[in-house]
Design a binder for this molecule. Structure first.
Ligand code: 6CM
Length: 247
């Protein structure tokens, strides 16, 4: 029926053995561990995170960073969503089957390699932002359980001889993204759709890979990141409605 979701393709609770024997594993493990730890850290302290968007429980921060005139602003967003689990959030973010339904900046997506049940390599092209050249990206994506009721997806740029950079119309951008989620429910109760809350930390750093006007890029980020996080979290809530909670 339309109400079933295969339990088999939910993120596995432990690392898939096929991933640990892959040549990318040392890098995937190191970067995922670093990213997940950084995502769960707060925005206090003196690194200078500035709040640029706030709506309900969603807060978005950025740091203005330019390298040789290119915008590389790190972004960090915090959100709280009721009625869905960390595992479900990460399932819909990781699994390419759903991506066109929530990702509005996407033009094309190709699965380059299916490493394991918890790791894949993707090639994506993005909608062009005038007056800059169109961008593409090639990145690995890995989903893991990081602790009790916590799951995270890390995406990080990689290379592949079959997908060379800057040979066609697109400029290759470089991305590091982490969506880290943790669920809580009242002590002494069983988790249900009615009592579960998931805290989300989303971190993104994009190196545009070549010239793009700073003002235009910052305006696009300011508009597109809040739109993405609201749309994605609403999408997951809708998808999970009437399905059994998967913790
Ligand atoms: O994290 C997001 N999406 C993941 C799955 O696609 C993945 C993507 C990373 C690439 C992020 C690059 C953003 C740069 C987009 C430039 C072109 C924007 C054109 C807009 C025209 C409407 O990690 C969500 C990414 C949300 C980005 C706003």
């Amino acid at each position: 029926s339309v109400h079933t979701r295969d339990q088999v393709d939910l993120p596995p609770p432990a690392i898939d053995n096929r991933l640990t024997v892959h040549s990318l594993w040392p890098e995937i493990d190191r970067i995922s561990t670093e990213q997940i730890q950084a995502a769960f850290e707060g925005v206090g302290g003196d690194i200078g995170w500035q709040l640029f968007a706030e709506e309900g429980d969603m807060k978005m921060y950025r740091r203005e960073v330019e390298v040789d005139g290119m915008v590389m602003d790190p972004l960090k967003a915090m959100h709280k969503v009721r009625g869905v689990s960390a595992r479900e959030m990460c399932h819909y973010f990781f699994n390419p089957r759903y991506r066109y339904e929530w990702e509005t900046t996407l033009e094309t997506m190709t699965i380059v390699e299916e490493i394991s049940s918890d790791a894949m390599v993707f090639h994506q092209t993005f909608k062009r932002i005038w007056p800059a050249s169109q961008r593409d990206a090639l990145f690995w994506s890995h989903v893991r359980s990081s602790s009790d009721y916590a799951y995270a997806v890390t995406n990080h740029s990689t290379t592949n001889v079959d997908y060379p950079a800057n040979t066609g119309a697109c400029i290759r951008l470089f991305v590091t993204v982490c969506l880290a989620c943790r669920s809580t429910y009242p002590a002494g109760e069983q988790p249900t759709r009615d009592n579960v809350t998931t805290s989300i930390a989303y971190c993104s750093t994009v190196n545009p890979g070549g010239w793009a006007p700073a003002g235009v890029l910052r305006a696009v980020y300011k508009r597109e990141y809040p739109k993405f996080l609201k749309r994605f979290t609403n999408y997951v809530v809708q998808q999970c409605r009437d399905k059994p909670l998967a913790m």
